[in-house]
Unconditional design. Structure first.
Length: 686
């Protein structure tokens, strides 16, 4: 195998099942490099006389114009050999792109049941020329009486019927436009990331695009799919066709969506003057101002496009509930992604020439050295947006093509500081509160990075705080400031470690001590000693489950006889995404699933899933909730810990007592129709 083929094999999995070969790209399917990797694997399939290929898009979020054309070419190639190509596991974004561009008419897209995916209803079909009112009534979007009333108002107001229905609030604008598209035989699209090719959109000058109010979406072979609010405006299509030398096919979209996207986008031509002439001057002025002068990003006047772009990125991330913003440079472009509910979603992909200006602006806001590009830097930014203060933790890391920046969003309004709102099952919540009510001992919260351990500790502190108690925390870093609690931050660069602060904290007459994380033996031993000498100690450990905390501390060197006396209990947890309420749909669980999980009532067990909508980035999920397992130390477990048990011995002990683990708690949430089996399996698999 050649070096290039070997690289492709790492990025794409391939397996033969029955008559078809399943090919699964494991990363982005956009860009020439990713496409070439895929085509190398396809060539290997054809050389092996595997002419029937199913492409699994489960790990692919978006596709671009190159990929769409390549899939059509592949279908032509395989059909000549007596084969075909089909697509499965695709998300709603890719399904919508396939429908807009006609790819789904060319290639079969399969749904989760292995059947042809049909996005449009089959019961009532209207061709071009049908009346708008008839379509809306047939789709049960408005009663006939409202259509009759709108027809009467039409002559008096001099407005189109669709506009009257929207103005009166009888039908949502998107529904009217979708019906209008059906009437005109033109697809309707809600423009959002993934539903247009950023590189293609930049080919049409922004001034021209604004004047015509159009946005190029995809170019498939010689056909350009063009978003427009006027799908019958032939002069506009002729001008675009002449400029870009292609055949234009209109796609109906809201005028406001097109203009908003055009105003937010920044082309290289627009940025050239700022980057060459005024960027340094802009930064000098900002650098001389106090923090308050630029922290309220909602009120920044129109100035440098870089400033406005950074502000809009932060605003959008806070609005969408993102926990992190990633700015990543690559050879041909930059990429901005948001982490929402634990997964990364691409927000936009500006030209790579913009990346240094964006990083410099963020460094100015964080009071860092904009000239230092070779060393990592850390800082803090505070902004005021949407009526509240939001802290941003800045971290930069030099890479091959420039500095990668990650902004951690610490939104106090989104923090859960109440144990009753941790979504614990009633039985688990009772155990957790019972542990917190103890006068002394060690309570641990376990789970991997990003599982909500710190949130649980803050909620516990909020439950425990009282003017009569001295509560001290040791954190790295302090994420949320709490009243009447003494919070301390680790500074390892000056030797102020967890263990060193903990030694001094114990001389401060504490009642309760929270240690952000137990990382090594010294901290573990001091925490156990503190728990044995009359203090309530709360901390976290990076282990996969509650049982792992016991073996991890013993492996660190904590004496089993001390641990057995000090440990009150362990809470293991994960965060699972919850089903989006805007697109939630119930369904009957298949009998084989009911049998597999031992549920009662085969044939009438109802589950739920999200179909995907604009509210949830077409993922079907919005928001997260915790699933938990609570291990409380009793006399028998203390005896077992003294014997320095293995993990298998601990697991066998708990299984014999019907211990409710993370998976069982997650499946209870599935039956409550709050999350899905796939999501619980994803976060609990080790």
């Amino acid at each position: 195998m050649s070096a290039s083929a070997d690289t492709a094999a790492k990025a794409i999995t391939r397996i033969r099942i029955g008559v078809a070969t399943h090919v699964a790209p494991t990363r982005s399917f956009s860009g020439n490099e990713a496409l070439q990797e895929f085509l190398l694997v396809v060539d290997e399939c054809i050389e092996s006389r595997e002419f029937k290929i199913i492409i699994d898009f489960a790990a692919v979020q978006t596709i671009d114009s190159l990929a769409i054309s390549a899939l059509m070419d592949l279908q032509d190639r395989l059909m000549k050999l007596g084969g075909w190509v089909k697509v499965s596991g695709h998300n709603s974004i890719i399904g919508e792109v396939a429908e807009i561009t006609g790819l789904s008419d060319y290639i079969t897209f399969l749904n989760s049941n292995g059947e042809r995916d049909r996005r449009q209803p089959d019961d009532v079909s209207f061709g071009p020329g049908a009346r708008l009112g008839d379509i809306l009534v047939a789709r049960k979007l408005v009663p006939q009486a409202k259509i009759d009333e709108a027809l009467k108002l039409q002559d008096r107001l001099g407005k189109r019927m669709g506009q009257i229905l929207i103005d009166k609030g009888w039908v949502a604008e998107n529904d009217v436009l979708r019906a209008l598209g059906e009437q005109l035989g033109v697809p309707f699209v809600r423009i959002r990331p993934g539903l247009f090719d950023p590189e293609l959109a930049a080919l049409l000058e922004r001034g021209v695009a604004r004047r015509l109010c159009v946005l190029p979406l995809f170019r498939v072979r010689s056909v350009l799919y063009l978003a427009t609010a006027k799908p019958q405006d032939m002069p506009t299509f002729e001008e675009v066709s002449e400029r870009l030398q292609c055949v234009v096919r209109p796609v109906l979209a809201r005028k406001e969506d097109i203009l908003k996207l055009l105003n937010e986008s920044l082309s290289i031509d627009d940025m050239q003057f700022d980057m060459v002439g005024d960027v340094d001057e802009d930064f000098t002025v900002i650098e001389n101002l106090q923090l308050d002068d630029y922290s309220t990003i909602d009120e920044v006047a129109a100035g440098s496009p870089v400033v406005n772009l950074v502000n809009s990125i932060i605003q959008r991330a806070v609005h969408d509930g993102a926990s992190d913003i990633h700015l990543e440079p690559f050879r041909t472009h930059s990429r901005i992604r948001f982490r929402i509910d634990g997964l990364l979603y691409e927000f936009t992909a500006p030209r790579v020439e913009l990346h240094p200006a964006l990083v410099s602006r963020l460094k100015v806001m964080a009071n860092l050295d904009i000239a230092e590009r070779r060393m990592p830097q850390d800082g803090r930014i505070q902004v005021h947006t949407q009526g509240r203060s939001v802290d941003l933790r800045f971290s930069s890391l030099p890479g091959l093509y420039g500095e990668k920046v990650v902004l951690r969003i610490l939104d106090k309004n989104q923090a859960i500081l109440d144990v009753n709102k941790l979504n614990m099952a009633d039985a688990n919540l009772a155990i957790f509160k019972d542990l917190l009510d103890a006068s002394h001992g060690l309570i641990l919260v376990t789970g991997p990075t990003g599982s909500g351990k710190t949130t649980s500790l803050y909620a516990a502190l909020n439950y425990l705080k009282s003017i009569e108690k001295n509560i001290v925390t040791i954190e790295d870093p302090v994420e949320y400031q709490l009243d009447i609690i003494n919070q301390n931050e680790v500074r390892e660069h000056i030797g102020l470690t967890f263990a060193k602060i903990l030694k001094h904290v114990l001389r401060q007459d504490p009642d309760i001590v929270m240690v952000g994380e137990i990382r090594e033996r010294e901290t573990a031993e001091i925490a156990v000693q503190a728990a044995l000498t009359g203090h309530l100690v709360l901390s976290t450990l990076h282990t996969n489950d509650a049982v792992g905390a016991v073996t991890r501390l013993i492996d660190m060197g904590v004496e089993p006889y001390l641990l057995s006396s000090a440990l009150l209990g362990v809470a293991g947890q994960r965060l699972v995404r919850t089903i989006c309420p805007s697109c939630k749909a119930d369904f009957l669980a298949p009998p084989e699933i009911v049998e597999q999980y031992g549920w009662q009532g085969a044939g009438d067990v109802r589950l739920a899933r999200g179909k995907g909508c604009e509210e949830c980035y077409d993922s079907g999920y919005k928001g997260r909730m915790g699933i938990h397992e609570l291990l409380k130390t009793d006399g028998d477990l203390q005896k077992l810990i003294i014997s320095s048990p293995s993990r298998d011995e601990l697991t066998e002990y708990l299984d014999g007592r019907g211990f409710g683990n993370l998976f069982s708690d997650g499946m209870a949430r599935v039956l409550e129709r709050r999350t899905t089996i796939e999501e619980v399996s994803r976060v609990t698999s080790i």
